[in-house]
Design a protein around this ligand. Structure first.
Ligand SMILES: COCCCN1C=C(N)c2cc(S(N)(=O)=O)sc2S1(=O)=O
Ligand SMILES: [Zn+2]
Length: 262
């Protein structure tokens, strides 16, 4: 499917994906096949430097809920890892299922996790606006963290408590002083990295993915609050629960997934 000019992406229940993505040979998400990943000793540890004061708002965009950060300065950034430049945090969001049995976008040897966190950054060394970076090959860097249902995540609770206020699409509330570092696993030295795309429209192939090997744990009740969100706006007749907001896996198309650990 990758050799042809167009890659027919599998249809997705959540939204009508474009039938073909021009030149889509680096789409995301993918299944990370451990034995096919290549250890690269040149890969450095990731260096995140987040300022909780840059946290601005949390809103329901009809796909997920986003926690948005002030990205007008280099106050919350990631560098190192596979990255040549410094990237500014603009938002983080999640993908989850209607059941704990599935919900993540990436998988590891086909293993599904209950949810997946995406911390979205753009290359502020090369571009001056997110909108520019999102169209460029080395424009975005997204950290992916798997969520597993288990013990309650204390840091997540502040975010969970804000969700009832943004149940409907396009609702937004102020949200301040949230440190996204609390959502990272204790070990961020071990990750897989590959070149891919946004997993929701416009599906642009501008993302350096860094998927953490170590997952974080959240409680069943915390994830249940995610599922209380709605895809639909308050004025829509039929309300649809925001669940299964993940994209189906895409062909690897001969891409190499590198690991920072042997
Ligand atoms: C030009 O405007 C782009 C709109 C902003 N974004 C839209 C997404 N669908 C999106 C998906 C992302 S994901 N699931 O691949 O991390 S990051 C991201 S995003 O880049 O923050
Ligand atoms: Zn995402």
């Amino acid at each position: 499917a990758c050799s042809s000019k167009y890659v027919l992406s599998q249809m997705h229940p959540m939204w009508q994906e474009p039938l073909a993505i021009p030149g889509g040979d680096r789409q995301s998400p993918i299944d990370i096949v451990i034995r096919k990943s290549v250890y690269d000793s040149e890969l450095k540890p990731l260096v995140t430097d987040y300022d909780p004061q840059t946290c601005q708002q949390i809103w329901n965009n009809g796909y997920s809920f986003l926690v948005e950060y002030d990205d007008t300065t280099d106050k919350s950034t990631v560098k190192g890892g596979p990255l040549q430049d410094k990237y500014r945090l603009c938002q983080f969001h999640f993908h989850w299922g209607e059941s704990n049995a599935w919900g993540s976008e990436h998988t590891v040897d086909r293993k599904l996790f209950s949810a997946e966190l995406h911390l979205v950054h753009w290359n502020s060394d090369k571009y001056s606006l997110f909108e520019e970076a999102v169209m460029e090959e080395n424009g975005l860097a997204v950290i992916g963290v798997f969520l597993k249902v288990g013990k309650r995540h204390e840091g997540l609770q502040k975010l969970v408590d804000a969700l009832p206020a943004i149940r409907h699409k396009n609702s937004v509330v102020d949200f301040n002083r949230f440190d996204p570092a609390c959502l990272l696993p204790s070990n961020t030295d071990d990750y897989w990295t590959y070149h891919g795309s946004l997993t929701t429209p416009p599906l642009t192939e501008s993302v350096t993915w860094m998927v953490m090997k170590q997952h974080i744990e959240v409680s069943h009740d915390q994830l249940a609050v995610f599922r209380s969100l709605l895809f639909t706006a308050a004025d829509e007749e039929v309300q649809k629960g925001m669940v299964n907001n993940f994209r189906v896996q895409q062909s690897q198309c001969g891409r190499t997934v590198r690991s920072s650990f042997s």
